[in-house]
Design a protein around this ligand. Structure first.
Ligand code: AGP
Length: 617
C-alpha cells in the first residue's frame, strides 16, 4: 500500500523526500507527491499521477524547480478512491493552504464527511477519501488547535484504519504522524539535528538504525533532531528505540537484474536463517525457544487454524499439512479475510497461527485480533519484526529471510514453510506423536535442505525455453495433490501476479468435476508430480489432460523416466524425503513465472496493480 516518508532537519528536504520515497517504492504505487514548508513559511506541493513513472517524473520536476525547505512530507499512492491522476495524488492541502497531509488507509465515512465539509463551503480538489483529512485538520488548526491536536481531532471523526502525516505553516519546524488501527506502520528515528518518519524501516536506514515503532492510537511529532510520542489524550510516551536488523546494503540488487531474482537465489540462506538457533544438527534435536505455550498447553490443543493471505496463505496450507501429518492435531489453513468475518468457533484449545511476512496485512491482522478476543492462543510467523502482528500474537516465530523487496513473495514463503515445518516437529514431539529418533531423522533431512534447494535452483537453464512456450497461452492450469496442492496454487498465483496470465491452481482430483471442460490445445497445464504416494494418480491426471489435447509441463523427481513418456515437458527437481518435496517443487514454480514475466516484458519487481503490503481490506 501507500508509502510515506517525512523529514525535519537542517538540509533541503526536497531531494531527501524523493530518496525516501524511492526506498519505499517497492510497495507498489501509481502516484507520488511531496509537500515542503519553504523559506517563506509557505507550503509548496508537487505531485504526479503517472502510474509507474510518477516518482521519476516527480524527481525530474522538483529537480528542475527551485523548490526547497527544511521540513516536508512525501507519499507514494496506491489508488483506492479516485482514479490515478495528479489531483488525486497525495499530499492534499486545506483550502487556505496552511495544512498539508498524506494518508495511508481508507476513510470509510468519507462521503458523509465530504458532504458536511462541502456544505460548510470547503472546495474539494480531488475525488479521494483522504482529502477530507486535509480539511478536517485545516479547520482544527484554524480554530486554534496545535497541529498534533488537530490531527487527533480529525482522526477522531473518521471511521477506518489510518496512518496520517501532516505539516502546518503555523508550526513550520514540525511534522506530525498518527496511527489509528492497522493501515500500515509508522516508524521514526533521529540523528543529531535530523528526525525522520516513514511507513517502512528501510527508509530510515540512511539516517539511523535505531528506530521507534509507533503503535495504533499514538501520535508522534518530529522536529530537528527530536522525536516526541504521545497517546491520544496527550500524555507523553517514553519508548526506547530498538536497533533494527534490516540493512540498506541487503536491500540493493547486487549483481541481480531484479530483486525477485536475487531473492529467489537467496532461498538457501533464507532456509538456514529460519533454522538458526532452532535445529541442532549435531544432536539431531529441534526447539523453538520463541514459543510461549507450555508443554501442557501444546498437549491440550485440539485444533490448529493457520491463516494468511496470498502466498502466505499457501505457506499456511503447507503448515497445516505438515502439522496434521506429524502431530496428529486437526489442522487447516483459512484465508484471513474469510476467517475474520465468519465468527469462527475459537477457544483456549485452538491454536491460531498467522503467516504474514510484512506483519501488516489488514485482513490477517483483523483475523488475529478476532482470535485474541476469542481467547485462542496464537502465534505469528513473520519476517518484519516490530510490525503490528507481533503486538497481537502471544508469540512470534521470525522467519529471518532478510527483507524482501520484490512485491512477489519468494524467499519469505520458503522461510515461512521452514519455520512451520519446525513448529510441526515441536508440536509432534511435545505430544509424543513422534519420538526423538524420528525427530533426529527429520532434522538430519532438514540439514540437507539448503543444498537441495541450491541444486533445484540450478534448473534455471530448463526454464527459459519453457517460459517462452507458456508465454503464448492466455490460460494455464496448475495441478497438485496433498502437500503439493499449496505449491500448485502458489505457482498459479505467481504466474498471475508476474506474467499477468490467467492461471488457476486446482486439486488434481477435481478434474472430472468440471475442470475437464476447459482442457484443450489452448490451455497448458503445469503438474506437480514428484514421486510419492500420489504419483500414480498424478500420472493419470496427466494422461487425462493429454487425451483432450492439452499440453503438459510436469515437475518431477530427478531420475523419473516414466513421466517423460506422458508429459510434453519435464522439469526435474532433486530427489528428497517426501516431507521436503514441496520445497523442491516450489522453485520451478517461482522461476517459470519470473522468466515468463520477462518474456512478456513485465516488471517482476513491481507488478501492475499490486503492492508489497496490503494494509487495506
Ligand atoms: C505474493 O507474492 C504477494 N506478495 C501477496 O499475495 C502476499 O503474499 C500477500 O499480500 C500477503 O502478504 P503478507 O505475507 O505480508 O501478509
Amino acid at each position: 500500500m501507500c508509502g510515506i516518508f517525512a523529514y525535519a532537519g537542517t538540509k533541503n528536504a526536497v531531494p531527501l523526500l524523493i530518496e525516501g520515497l524511492r526506498s519505499v517504492e517497492y510497495r507498489g504505487y501509481d502516484s507520488a507527491g511531496i509537500s515542503v514548508i519553504d523559506s517563506y513559511g509557505e507550503i509548496q506541493t508537487m505531485k504526479r499521477g503517472d502510474h509507474k513513472s510518477s516518482l521519476e517524473n516527480l524527481a525530474n520536476a522538483v529537480g528542475d524547480s527551485l523548490l526547497s525547505g527544511l521540513v516536508g512530507i512525501g507519499h507514494t499512492r496506491w489508488a483506492t478512491h479516485g482514479e490515478v491522476n495528479q489531483q488525486n495524488s497525495h499530499p492534499h492541502s486545506s483550502n487556505n493552504g496552511s495544512v498539508s497531509i498524506a494518508h495511508n488507509g481508507i476513510v470509510e465515512n468519507f462521503i458523509e464527511l465530504k458532504d458536511r465539509l462541502v456544505d460548510s463551503g470547503i472546495e474539494f480538489q480531488s475525488e479521494t477519501d483522504s482529502e477530507v483529512l486535509a480539511h478536517l485538520v485545516g479547520n482544527a488548526v484554524a480554530s486554534g488547535n496545535s497541529l498534533r491536536e488537530a490531527v487527533i481531532n480529525a482522526a477522531s471523526q473518521i471511521k477506518g484504519n489510518t496512518a496520517i502525516v501532516a505539516v502546518s505553516t503555523a508550526e513550520p519546524d514540525l511534522v506530525v504522524g498518527l496511527r489509528v488501527g492497522n493501515a500500515g506502520g509508522i516508524v521514526v528515528g533521529k540523528n543529531d539535528d535530523v528526525a525522520v518518519m516513514a511507513s517502512d524501516t528501510i527508509a530510515l536506514l540512511p539516517y539511523t538504525s535505531e528506530v521507534i515503532y509507533i503503535e495504533p492510537n499514538e501520535v508522534v511529532e518530529i522536529e530537528k533532531g527530536d522525536v516526541r510520542i504521545f497517546d491520544l489524550a496527550g500524555s507523553v510516551i517514553d519508548r526506547e528505540p530498538i536497533v533494527t536488523s534490516q540493512n540498506f546494503e541487503a536491500a540493493q540488487k547486487g549483481n541481480h537484474p531484479h530483486f525477485m531474482s536475487k531473492e529467489i537465489a537467496e532461498q538457501p540462506e533464507a532456509i538456514q536463517g529460519a533454522m538458526r538457533g532452532r535445529a541442532d544438527f549435531s544432536n539431531g534435536t529441534l526447539t523453538l525457544p520463541e514459543i510461549s505455550l507450555t508443554s501442557e498447553q501444546m498437549r491440550s490443543l485440539d485444533r490448529v487454524i493457520l491463516t494468511g493471505m496470498g502466498t502466505s496463505l499457501h505457506a499456511a496450507m503447507f503448515g497445516a499439512s505438515v502439522i496434521e501429518s506429524l502431530s496428529r492435531i486437526p489442522a487447516y489453513a483459512e484465508n484471513s479475510s474469510e476467517l475474520r468475518y465468519r465468527n469462527p468457533v475459537l477457544g483456549p484449545n485452538t491454536l491460531v497461527v498467522a503467516v504474514t511476512q510484512s506483519g501488516e496485512t489488514a485482513d490477517t491482522l483483523a483475523a488475529m485480533e478476532h482470535a485474541r478476543s476469542a481467547g485462542a492462543p496464537q502465534g505469528v510467523v513473520l519476517e518484519l519484526e516490530g510490525s503490528q502482528a507481533t503486538r497481537i500474537a502471544e508469540f512470534t516465530l521470525p522467519i529471518r529471510a532478510g527483507q524482501e523487496i520484490g512485491v512477489a513473495s519468494t524467499k519469505t514463503m520458503i522461510a515461512s514453510m521452514t519455520t512451520l515445518l519446525q513448529l510441526a516437529v515441536v508440536l509432534a514431539e511435545t505430544r509424543e506423536a513422534i519420538d526423538s529418533d524420528q525427530v533426529k531423522v527429520i532434522v538430519e533431512s532438514m540439514s540437507e535442505l539448503p543444498s537441495l534447494v541450491a541444486s533445484a535452483l540450478g534448473i534455471n537453464g530448463q526454464i527459459s525455453e519453457l517460459s517462452e512456450r507458456l508465454s503464448k497461452f492466455e490460460d494455464l492450469l496448475y495441478l497438485g495433490r496433498g502437500a503439493q496442492l499449496p505449491i500448485a496454487l502458489e505457482g498459479a498465483l505467481k504466474m498471475k501476479e508476474l506474467a499477468y496470465i490467467h492461471a488457476e491452481g486446482y486439486p488434481a482430483g477435481e478434474m472430472k468435476h468440471g475442470v475437464n471442460a476447459l482442457l484443450g490445445s489452448d490451455m497448458a497445464t503445469v503438474v506437480s508430480a514428484p514421486q510419492n504416494d500420489l504419483y500414480e494418480k498424478m500420472l493419470s491426471n496427466i494422461s487425462e489432460v493429454k487425451a483432450r489435447g492439452g499440453e503438459v509441463v510436469a515437475i518431477a523427481t530427478e531420475g523419473d523416466e516414466t513421466i517423460k513418456r506422458v508429459a510434453d515437458h519435464v522439469i526435474y527437481v532433486p530427489e528428497c524425503p517426501e516431507l521436503l518435496q514441496p520445497f523442491m517443487t516450489l522453485i520451478p514454480m517461482q522461476l517459470l513465472s519470473y522468466r515468463t514475466a520477462l518474456v512478456l516484458g513485465r516488471d517482476p519487481d513491481k507488478p501492475r496493480n499490486l503492492a508489497k503490503t496490503v494494509t487495506v481490506e
